[in-house]
Design a protein around this ligand. Structure first.
Ligand SMILES: *Cc1c(COP(=O)(O)O)cnc(C)c1O
Length: 429
């Protein structure tokens, strides 16, 4: 595959953009090659600037659940754009969007729009602290909540002690307010709540971990978090930036039947434009300015183009009969195919899937249910697999610790091509 133009374009970018990219993982560093530079995309096919085509399983890291350049979304953007692209004043579109979110997401009575998932989680934490008048937050090692300081904290071995900054630039003062627990380990959460009784504002969790590869919540984990939060007077926050509108109309909280106090949304909600949102119980949301004292604002928040695109997206999900059933069967087909490939080639591995989120871990482990098990994966093998897949026209996220995002636009043929390419790749690695 000739990727000469991509190479040149990336080298040119690297002179003026740090690392050549505006978000780090796009640089393909962990898979040891240069990224391909995209020209255009339609449906499930993306075309790079050398004219190579790939079947896309990244879906812009989640947002494009209807595939690329979906007609109804494009039409909504076109219609809205000619009326002006930003007013910094209320529009009906924002209310329609909020009404639809409140209707779809079970625990959300009121919602505030922002411009990214990062902004949503950063703002929701301030609100949780303002409401509870407590400072500490519990997050899970390996969960990702965007790049705000409070969340850029993972664990070393001391997950139950106070966090250390993971990135230079995060101050010790900030890091000490973030406590780390182990995903799928309720005991680790209770230990922290006991030790810091009366000080924990919130527990924030990805209801399905999607940023250490897909790791589903074990039976009783989310229910247990709900109980612990109630018992210790902390709020429960579901970060549904990935799972929202993906696992069900009402996200993971509908899928698992566990309702958080506050929810963050992003990715799908913008229909491919930059949008995030956070919402929850009216009693808590009413603390936001201008009704309450907790300040949060945004010049371009609720931007009409973004609202039009998001609204078109959510309407399609809401109104297409059998949408989530279809998505489930496409993803199950992929899961089964990948499992069979592992068997056929005697490759050690685990396939984790929840709905249309899926990760193939190259690992000797029997299962991947925790951060440590995820981290035991063979990233070298993944990098090889990734490069062969790309050569075979399959575009995957360039990391072992990300999800494959199946979209409604993926046909059985797309999926079968992916399975065939995967088999070939597995035979070579
Ligand atoms: C992507 C992601 C975020 C951050 O969203 P951005 O729009 O990239 O800022 C937050 N939480 C989760 C669970 C995510 O997957």
């Amino acid at each position: 595959m000739n990727q000469e133009k991509s190479r040149e374009a990336f080298n040119r970018a690297a002179k003026v953009i740090p690392g050549g990219v505006n978000s780090p993982v796009r640089a393909f560093k962990s898979v040891g090659i240069n990224p391909v530079v995209i020209d255009y995309a339609k449906g499930t096919t993306i075309t790079d600037i050398d004219g190579n085509q790939y079947i896309d399983f990244v879906s812009s890291w989640g947002p494009l659940i209807l595939g690329h350049a979906n007609e109804s979304i494009l039409e909504a953007i076109r219609e809205t754009a000619v009326k002006g692209t930003s007013f910094g004043a209320p529009t009906i579109l924002e209310t329609e969007m909020a009404e639809l979110i409140v209707q779809m997401v079970p625990s959300v009575d009121k919602v505030r729009m922002v411009n990214s998932g990062t902004e949503a989680t950063m703002s929701v934490l301030r609100l949780a602290r303002g409401y509870t008048k407590k400072d500490l937050v519990i997050k899970f090692t390996g969960n990702y909540h965007g790049h705000a300081d409070s969340f850029l904290i993972k664990a070393g071995s001391g997950a139950i002690t106070l966090g250390l900054p993971d990135s230079p630039g995060v101050t010790k003062a900030t890091a000490k307010d973030t406590l780390l627990a182990d995903y799928n380990e309720l005991d680790s959460v209770e230990l922290l709540l006991k030790k810091h009784q009366g000080e924990v504002a919130a527990i924030i969790v990805e209801p399905v971990a999607g940023n250490m590869g897909v790791v589903p919540p074990e039976k009783g984990f989310l229910e247990g978090l709900r109980k612990l939060a109630d018992n210790y007077g902390a709020l429960l926050i579901f970060d549904e930036v990935i799972t929202g509108f993906r696992l069900a109309k009402g996200g993971a909280q509908e899928y698992y039947g566990v309702h958080p106090d506050l929810t963050t949304l992003g990715k799908i909600i913008g229909g491919g434009l930059p949008v995030g949102a956070y919402g929850g119980k009216a009693e808590i949301m009413d603390l936001l300015a201008p009704d309450g004292p907790v300040y949060q604002a945004g010049t371009l928040s609720g931007n009409p183009l973004a609202m039009a695109a998001g609204l078109a997206m959510l309407k399609a999900l809401n109104e297409t009969p059998g949408f989530y059933e279809a998505l489930e069967s496409k993803a199950a087909r992929l899961e089964n195919g990948l499992r069979e490939n592992l068997e056929k080639t005697a490759t050690p591995g685990v396939v984790n899937r929840v709905g249309s989120l899926l990760t193939l871990f190259f690992t000797q482990k029997e299962q991947v249910t925790s951060y440590d098990e995820a981290m035991a994966s063979d990233t070298e093998k993944f990098a090889n697999y990734f490069r062969h897949s790309l050569e075979n026209g399959i575009y995957l996220a360039p990391s072992q610790f990300e999800a494959m995002f199946v979209s409604y636009a993926h046909t059985d043929e797309d999926i079968d091509k992916c399975i065939a390419a995967s088999l070939e790749a597995m035979q070579k690695i």
